[in-house]
Design a protein around this ligand. Structure first.
Ligand code: AMP
Length: 272
């Protein structure tokens, strides 16, 4: 794997590269990330990853400062999974960056309590797209709203990038792999798996989907120590709230803090 410690370093060789499959990350890599590399490898093109903790997308300074960093282990994993190129930019990537304003869809779900978060995501990705010029982009559906917003952005800007979404990879107890899990105690990791249990319970009862059902699940989580950010059922494209599972597939998305660690998860329920 070739490692570029700056954008300048990458720029010097990039004319020799084409048809790259791009996997953006913030490091502290786990099996969720490696599943993206696995997916990227299926295209038989060179795979490029970035590791960059983008401060533009954090609105909580402590969250940014406490974000876990495990570069040596990350490099090992990327090599092991066959990543071909890795860019490790420093913060000069933000110099004179063109700020992107995310559309109103960004104000729902995770955007409700994280104003500006998706502006930061689109701003950095737009910059990476211009540097890397990928033909394929691999994103996890764990960050479902991000997946939708980035896909929309690529379409709206007419960028020649195919976006591929990868299903969420979970621990055996159902907890979605996340860099933030390392901030949880073992006991809290087991409690955190209740997020997925709640999503599956809602799916199991989708025939009688109602606000009462959602409220009872919120109560269950609160009584287990979660501080709920949102539990929402919505259209998978517009992200507008909907309980009409007889009409379309619906996204069930959740965000909650456990011991001040913010966790998110979601599933898509197929229509009845
Ligand atoms: P991050 O490093 O958190 O910015 O995530 C980088 C990419 O990995 C994003 O596209 C995420 O959606 C994806 N990702 C994170 N966790 C998982 C997971 N458990 N399963 C699948 N993809 C994931």
């Amino acid at each position: 794997m070739k490692i570029y410690n700056s954008i300048d370093e990458f720029n010097q060789i990039k004319e020799n590269l084409s048809n790259l499959v791009y996997v953006p990350t913030m490091g502290n890599l786990h099996y969720g990330h490696t599943s993206l590399i696995d997916k990227a490898k299926q295209f038989d093109q060179e795979v490029i990853a970035t590791i960059y903790i983008n401060k533009l997308q954090f609105n909580d300074k402590n969250d940014y400062l406490n974000y876990p960093k495990t570069l040596d282990k990350d490099l090992e994993l990327l090599k092991q999974y066959g990543c071909d190129h890795l860019i490790l930019p420093d913060d000069s990537i933000l110099d004179n960056i063109k700020n992107i304003k995310a559309p109103s869809k960004a104000n729902k779900l995770c955007g409700l309590n994280r104003p500006g978060h998706f502006d930061g995501v689109l701003t950095i990705l737009n910059k990476f797209f211009s540097i890397i010029n990928p033909s394929i982009l691999i994103l996890g559906k764990k960050d479902y709203q991000q997946f939708v917003l980035v896909k929309d952005f690529i379409k709206e800007k007419n960028l020649n990038i195919k976006t591929v979404g990868v299903e969420t990879i979970r621990e055996r107890n159902g907890l979605a792999y996340s860099s933030r899990n390392t901030l949880l105690s073992n006991n809290n990791k087991s409690i955190a798996s209740k997020l997925y249990k709640v999503l599956k319970d809602i799916e199991l009862n989708k025939g009688s989907l109602s606000n009462d059902l959602l409220n009872s699940q919120i109560k269950y989580l609160t009584s287990n120590g979660f501080e709920l950010d949102y539990l929402a059922v919505c259209d998978t494209e517009s992200l507008e709230q909907s309980l009409d599972i007889f009409k379309k597939d619906l996204l069930v998305a959740i965000a909650a803090k456990l011991n001040n660690v913010r966790l998110i998860d979601n599933i898509v329920m197929t229509k009845l």
